[in-house]
Design a binder for this molecule. Sequence first.
Ligand code: CMC
Length: 436
Amino acid sequence: MKLSDNKATMSFANGAPSIELPIYHGNIGPDVIDIRKLYAQTGMFTYDPGFLSTASCQSAITYIDGDKGELLHRGYPIEQLATQCDYLDTCYLLLNGDLPNATERNDFHKLVINHTMVNEQMQFFLRGFRRDAHPMAVLTGLVGALSAFYHDSTDINNPEHRRIAAIRLIAKMPTLVAMAYKYGMGQPYMYPRNELSYAGNFLRMMFGTPCEDYKVNPVIEKAMDRIFILHADHEQNASTSTVRLCGSSGTNPFAAIAAGVACLWGPAHGGANEACLNMLEEIQANGGVAKVGQFMEQVKDKNSGVKLMGFGHRVYKNYDPRAKLMQETCNEVLAALGLENDPLFKLAKQLEKIALEDDYFVQRKLYPNVDFYSGIVQRAIGIPVSLFTGIFALARTVGWIAQLNEMLADPEYKIGRPRQLFSGNVKRDIKPIDQR
Ligand code: CMC
């Protein structure tokens, strides 16, 4: 951390002595005021529910400039990664700090592709779930269960173990997601095929059957890979912070990632793509484009509790750069599949147009986020809506494990233990039951 010459002085209206707090420079982005000694010096905590102004860690992985609408992984803009690299290159970058050269690339691709199978016992574990269970419920269980299968890579203090756990997770997530899907469908699981690309292999495990060869459509393969790249990491979002907090106790790495899966499920986070598609389908069922205006009135009415899913972001107060790239992919996929006139896509365009022009959205700087388009693309590919967040989890796994491993290697890391502003009863005595 680079100490700044600048310092913050905190003074108090009640005459208590003021204190000086050190400030650290970020390489880019806001500086931070170091409040670690605040409690010792003043007996006070800071209060910041939702972490609106709190940096919970230092990280060198991902940087977002929400006002510019910029996303950088290890310094590389997401636009360049999405157009010049593939998902596994991005994984290598996130884990190792730089893009691979040709040999490293080849070795890394081989390494991941050769660890795609899961322990055969996993399918018996899967059988314990109801067939209609939500895929995210199943995935939370399956990822957690990995901790019971891979005992040889769980010493979090051993960098080699951390590296192996990362490779296993990246390699096995597509297999687990596809298994969860096949189980729900009542179809046989498809074993991975190592000659296929990461995305191609996933598509085959999802949509292939043992009855005939599955031919990977290159447009869909590219789209799938782009969905993976665009969701790979997003600095200290809710699920990543969950993984860090969970991992800070020294827990099993697979268990920490399972916590991330659980957090991602919520509709304010990874569940937004599912919620967005459900919203579009509901508007479509209630009259389609003709009813968009009415729906938007509901969105703007605070008492309705209705939100325009796939819009707004805690950090981006400008166009989400991932949304632009996803929109491009969306057009490509719909054209390749002859779905340009898809009514849901038209509806989405209409909603986007109104929202980008409407004062309510303009004033609040609400733009489409990546989930607005990723749902449409996934639906066109044939992925069921309930599996969208599972795909997000698959892609985000690398971000989670890269951030977890970064934390574990950081000499400054401590168990995460937030404090609170207590607003409950002060100390009191229990009264005999007839006096309560
Ligand atoms: N529709 C209508 N109004 C909205 C929306 C929306 N989607 N998002 C924010 N607002 C309003 C909100 O009501 C508030 O209005 P006011 O100032 O009048 O009270 C203002 O905009 C600021 O919103 P906020 O709730 O304070 O913002 P936040 O940073 O706490 O929430 C968010 C961010 C993403 C949870 C929220 O925008 C939202 O719920 N969006 C819909 C769900 C969604 O698409 N989530 C995916 C996020 S991207 C993928 C990921 O990273 O997981």
